[in-house]
Design a protein around this ligand. Sequence first.
Ligand code: FES
Length: 238
Amino acid sequence: MSEIANVFTLDGQRIAFEPGQSILTAALAAGAYIPHLCAHPDFPPHGSCKLCTVAVNGRNGSACTVTAAPGQDVRSKTPELNEIRRVLLQMLFVEGNHFCPGCEKSGQCKLQALAYDVAMLSPHFVQFFPHREVDASHPDFFLDFNRCIMCELCVRASRDMDGKNVFALAGRGRGSHIVVNSPSGKLGDTDFAVTDKAAQVCPVGAILRKEIGFVTPIGARLYDHAPISQVDLAAEEK
Ligand code: FES
């Protein structure tokens, strides 16, 4: 009996995978980029942003949560899927307050870089302009809720790697928001530290270090010279 090879195709490219790997993990390991935002190589998949939506045998699914299987026909670089990604990004942009030109994370922000990558030209939808506070109570960090996209990477990192549970998600639907687990609700009243994993993982400018603003000048930042598809692929290929 012949064995079925652990191979699927992604936009026609043959991708070998290890049993149990997700389509996204296998693709990145094989040097093929699929846009993604809430996925991070150090954490189990979250499946919330849907930027990694691909068509698997004709049905849409999240590449970070769908397990790779032999013979799958996976499509990612299609006009239809990139339109879905553009709309998802547009919704994220109008749901918060993202002022890229004045943001310290500009050029190093995955949300901004993905918007460039899928050629998002405008927010398209009516801006919500929600009222959100900036928490500057911590000596080393600003916590800017305006830029939070609720990927929960800080929640997962603080809970699962730092063992601190500094962050949590509260509310539902449009009322969903990140909260700080301290009696005052302020970051300054927690033991959040520079060395925490949660301090390293924010893909946008919601958790920002103080006193190092613009240490990397505009024009010399992570995504200034190459698109996120090349930069993150090189970083996440294993
Ligand atoms: Fe797959 Fe966010 S990266 S849902």
